[in-house]
Structures are given as C-alpha cells and as structure tokens.
Write a protein that binds this ligand. Structure first.
Ligand SMILES: *Cc1c(COP(=O)(O)O)cnc(C)c1O
Length: 423
C-alpha cells in the first residue's frame, strides 16, 4: 500500500475549540470587561475549584507565571521575605523533577535558588521517590520539592508526599500537563502545598495562553492576587510594600478558558482512545507505550509516547543540536520515526530532554536511585554505559501525534508508518 502525506497536518496536540469560547470572549467585549478583571476570570476560577476540589484558584497570565509565584510563595513560607533585588531562594537548593519542561524548574533560578535534579522512575516516567529519598540523605537541609506529572501521567505523588512530610519539605506541584488526571482517586494539582495548571495552546484545554495557581488557603490566594497585580496596597495612590508582577490573566483569555472547561472530560476521553488505539496497533512491535499505574491512577492521556526496546534500537547519536542515525532491518530509533512522520506531514516530538543534561543546568546536582548521579550520566557519555533513567527514556522514547482531532483512519496510517520504520 502506498502511503501519501496527509493533506492536513496531523499535529502533536493543537487547540480544539467548540464555540462557547467565542461567546464568552464576545461577552467580555460587549460588556467592556477587556482587562484583568471580569466575570470570565471569576467563573473560570470557580469552575476549576469545583472540578479539582480545591478551595482557591488564581488566574494568571501563564503556567510559568503561576510557577514563579508558587515557588516564590513556598520560598517565603520557608525562608521569609527577601530584601528588594534579592531572590527568596538565594543560597538554597531545591529538589526538582528532571524529566520535564524547563518552565517547571526555571522559576527556582528566577528566585536565586539552585535546582538539584532528581532522576526519573520507569513506572510513570516521573520523579523517583527512591532518588528523592537519596537526595534528602545527601542534602538534608533542603525544604522545597518541585514535581511535575509528565505527559498527563500522574507521578508517585502519595509516596513523594510521605517523604516530604518526613523531611518537613513543601511541595510545589506542576500539573500543567496533567489537568484532569487522578492518583488514588484525587486530582493532580491538589497534592502539593501550592499547585499550578496551564492553559497554553498545546495543553489538554487551552485559553490560547494562561495558567492558574491553586491553593486551599484563602490568605495565600489573596497574596498571589496582590503580587500578580503589582502588589498594590489598599491605599488611594499606588502604594507598594512588596515586590510586584504583572501576571494576572486577561478576562478575554479567561473567556476562552471558561468555554473550554466543560469540554475537559471529552478531550480526555478522546486522548484516552488515541492512547489505546496506539497500544493495540503497535502491540506487535518492540515498543511500549508511556506507562502508568493502572490500579492507582487515571492519566489524562495528554500525549501518547513510545519507548523502543533496547535490542530494537538502531544506532543513534545525538549531539547538542544535531542527530545521526543508521537504519537497520528490524530496528528503528526515535529520530527515524520522528523524521518519517514529518515526511508524511505528521508531528511527533522527541521526549523532553532531561534538565540535568541541559547546558544551562549542567553544573547543577543530579541524584539517581543509587546516589551516583552525574557520575553515572557522564560515564554513559564517555563509555557508552547504562545511562540514568531520564536519559534512557530520552534516547529511546518519542511523543507521537496525539491531537484530539486526529481521526481513527489517520491514526491507522500513522501506526502503519511506524511499523514500516521497523522493517
Ligand atoms: C506547559 C508547561 C508549563 C508552562 O506553562 P505555560 O502556560 O506555557 O507557561 C509548565 N510546566 C510544564 C510541565 C508544562 O508542560
């Protein structure tokens, strides 16, 4: 069978609109609530609280802004308010997920702190509780842990919570990719002391941009609202006692989000169907799907990914920005599949490159289950040894086209393209 390139690109994950979004945007326009105040903001915050079961949500300009304020707030709780011009985390180490998008960890640096990256476990591709335990042995003074749920799959967050409680550490939970996913029957975004979600254009629901900070503390919610609107004091003039930011969400953006929230479950169902169609369609290949704890968790299936078996990997060498590979019968590699999909007008994406291997974070600590950390990943680069878990998943894994609007027929073609890579 000859496969022709898709006429319309099949995306990794693109916005899926339904109509109500426009209605609420129009309402903002018609009533002239065209700033960072209005019914769309209030209603979106209320709906997210209702859905997730949290007491307070503050709508902000992005998930990154929400993470910045969440990490700053956690820092203030732990170390007090810094003087103007200083970060709240100066001189402090913070344990962070390693296999995640850089927005999870950059705010630690915005506040002058030093991220120490915790290796990943194979069961969920998220922070390894074992490596976190090891990290507290090595750095017993650390009091803040930032965790993410990769690709919509909940990490072992109950275990991580127990470890953090034992060490008196706070958790900032980045649920940007996992909105609607549950662990032990509870929504992600409710396990951390302070939590964050995102409405970026590629997320499971979107405002085109935007994010929220979630907290059960009304005082904390008020503080975040204040910080995000330039920390104006209650005075007739502009009066400032704390550092301020322009991080509040626009009421127009909130209109899009308000229209999207009722469709969250529908998007999850579509993403779930995509995941299981891949799992079935690829079952005879030497690959496995991104795993999750089938007893304890229900992912939102934001992105479907594969991990190629070790012995089915053809040679692939990645430099900092370029990659080479050699095809071999019966074998393939993420690059070959990625490039072949692109040739047919379908968008895959490499697994997020681990933070400890990013040039900007290369001098930062990194802790594996056995405590060997960087020694292990450097030995791997030098001598071809078994890499850390994060780099192994990066080497052998690939995100597949996971757009809700992809049809079953289109997905069948994508499955066939992947099969041919292994011939
Ligand atoms: C998208 C994303 C963010 C950032 O959200 P923005 O709204 O794009 O700023 C943070 N963390 C993770 C894990 C993400 O995927």
């Amino acid at each position: 069978m000859e496969i022709k390139p898709f006429e319309k690109k099949v995306w990794l994950s693109s916005p899926t609109m339904h109509g109500e979004e426009l209605k609420y945007m129009q309402e903002a326009y018609d009533t002239n609530w065209m700033s960072t105040v209005g019914a769309n903001i209030n209603e979106s915050e209320r709906m997210i609280c209702e859905k997730l079961g949290c007491k307070g949500a503050v709508a902000l300009s992005s998930g990154t802004a929400a993470l910045h304020l969440a990490i700053k707030l956690a820092g203030e709780k732990l170390y007090g308010q810094p003087s103007v011009g200083h970060g709240v985390l100066e001189g402090k180490k913070v344990f962070c997920s390693d296999l995640t998008f850089d927005a999870t960890v950059n705010p630690v640096a915005y506040e002058g702190g030093e991220a120490v990256f915790i290796d990943t476990e194979y069961d969920t591709w998220n922070m390894s509780p074992k490596a976190l335990e090891k990290a507290f042995e090595i750095y017993p003074d650390v009091r803040l842990v930032v965790i993410a749920h990769l690709y919509g799959t909940p990490g072992k967050v109950s275990e991580i919570r127990q470890i953090c409680d034992r060490h008196g550490a706070l958790i900032v939970e980045d649920a940007a990719e996992s909105l609607g996913a549950t662990y032990d029957g509870r929504q992600t975004g409710t396990f951390g002391d302070i939590c964050v979600i995102s409405f970026n254009g590629n997320k499971i629901i979107t405002g085109s941009a935007g994010g929220m900070l979630l907290t059960d503390s009304p005082e904390d919610a008020d503080k975040i609202r204040k910080w995000s609107t330039q920390s104006r004091e209650d005075a007739p003039w502009y009066q400032h006692e704390e550092m301020g930011y322009n991080y509040r969400m626009s009421n127009v953006i909130a209109g899009v989000i308000r229209g999207q929230i009722p469709h969250l479950e529908e998007h999850i169902a579509q993403k779930k169907a995509i995941y299981y169609r891949y799992r079935e369609g690829l079952k005879d290949l030497p690959v496995r799907m991104n795993p999750f704890d089938e007893k304890r968790s229900e992912p939102n299936f934001w992105l479907s990914c594969i991990l190629i078996d070790n012995d089915a990997m053809c040679r692939q060498v990645r430099g900092e920005k370029t990659v080479l590979y050699e095809t071999e019968p019966g074998k393939s590699c993420p690059t070959e599949i990625f490039e072949t999909l692109a040739k047919y007008n379908a968008e895959g994406r490499p697994i997020w490159k681990p933070m400890h291997m990013q040039p900007i974070y290369r001098m930062h600590g990194f802790i594996t289950d056995d405590g060997s950390g960087r020694a292990r990943s450097n030995a791997y680069i030098d001598e071809g040894k078994v890499p850390d878990v994060g780099m192994d998943i990066f080497d052998r894994g690939l995100c597949l086209p996971s757009d809700n609007k992809m049809t079953a027929d289109e997905q069948d073609v994508i499955i066939e393209i992947i099969k041919r890579c292994f011939r």
